[in-house]
Design a protein around this ligand. Structure first.
Ligand SMILES: [Zn+2]
Ligand SMILES: [Zn+2]
Length: 111
């Protein structure tokens, strides 16, 4: 089963396994020739486009490539739908590292 849209009459039809791999558009007076392999390939490409959803920087609203990235436009650190100035992230990471080292030391002295 493959849905095919005719570029000539813009009607779509469903290709089934019992139909030839290449053939004529089922619409009368339309002489467009379909090719199932080409259509399947097109469908795959379309799906690939859909998964590549466009992301926007929450700070400057420009396009970014990943949900976890540093925006190349404004330099903010983007985490999901939030953005943080780099300075804040460094402070956050530093605080986390201090806490982790304190916990590690605590467990170390327990043993
Ligand atoms: Zn057609
Ligand atoms: Zn930005």
């Amino acid at each position: 089963m493959q849905k095919i849209q005719c570029p000539k009459c813009s009607k779509s039809f469903v290709w089934t396994d019992s139909m030839p791999l290449q053939g004529k558009c089922p619409t009368e007076d339309c002489n467009w020739q379909y090719d199932v392999h080409a259509e399947i390939k097109k469908g795959v490409e379309r799906r690939a486009d859909a998964t590549e959803n466009v992301l926007f920087c929450p700070n400057c609203q420009k396009t970014i490539t990943s949900k976890l990235t540093i925006c190349p436009h404004c330099g903010y650190v983007v985490v999901g739908s939030r953005s943080y100035p780099k300075k804040n992230v460094f402070i956050f990471v530093a605080v986390v590292l201090i806490i982790v080292s304190l916990i590690a030391r605590y467990f170390f002295y327990l043993k």
